[in-house]
Write a protein that binds this ligand. Sequence first.
Ligand SMILES: [Zn+2]
Ligand SMILES: [Zn+2]
Length: 358
Amino acid sequence: MTRAAVLHELHAPLSVEDIEVAAPRAGEVQVRLAASGVCHSDLHTLNGSFPWPLPAIFGHEGAGVVEEVGPGVTNVTPGDHVILTWLPYCGACRQCRRGRPNICENQGWSDAGTMMDGTVRFTGATGPIHHCTGSTFAERTVVAAQTCVKVDATLDLVDLCLFGCAVMTGVGAVRNSAKVQPGDSVAVVGCGGVGLNVIQGARIAGAERIVAIDRVSAKLEVARALGATEVIDASAVDPVEALPDGFDHVFEAIGRTDTIESAIGLVAPGGQALLIGMAPVGATIPITPLDLTVSDRSIRGSWYGGVVPERDFPLLVDLYRAGELRMDAIVQRITLDDINAAFEGLRRGDAIRSVIVY
Ligand SMILES: [Zn+2]
Ligand SMILES: [Zn+2]
């Protein structure tokens, strides 16, 4: 038996219950999870903003130990410690060939809530349960082998689970998407798990001025500890009025239309806004094209930090080993039974990063 948090219907609490996990099939790996982060993106599936077949097990920020591998798996063996990425890719399409596996053209199969062969490995009291991006809200999961990144067994899997989403998304946005250079100025709107890793990434990249913007003072304190040179409490002042000079790179890590507009308003001439937070499906914002043209400003998205897993994860783990990437100030340990409270914290906006320790 495996304990898992299952969503049976939208807007209802997750149900922590016993499920059966079937053996991995060809190209698949069964992983006993050590930890899973509770990421803001999962809220979108919980509240129906991103339609998903139910019942389902969500969670996409995990690390653990390989228990069993299916036929044909060569990258990991039982006993290996792994970080799970949430984005399988084909390696053969045009985007994969041009080094952009984060926007692989052949990911559609995962939207069915199944493994790549169209079937599921989870069964509960009421029947089959769907997968979603790794399904890390369970003591045990089955994933595509390709989403397993082997790491040194001496490293702390509780810290490393955050590399699967928050660290890769945040630091990758700085390095791969924005290409922040020494001396650049950076503002970060939203200091949750992803935003705090943008701040760490900007410090490592040598940004000179790093301004953290949030409405929760506890998050701003952590931002300062991780490298922010200034903090702005957006519940007290309008950031656009308080920071009239603007920034070379402005990262929006919330996904609300008002904070996205604020982020765009903070871009200096020649600078760029990077939209990392996931806005609701269909949400729109007004833009003034001439402001972009005559001042050479740009607005762009950044998906999963522009990840190329085999290139980026070893580098991030090296930065962690060297003490450059710190997880101690970010990780807030909880148990699987606390998962609904953790989502309430995300809804309120005061959670930093709850991490379920199994
Ligand atoms: Zn995430
Ligand atoms: Zn592809």
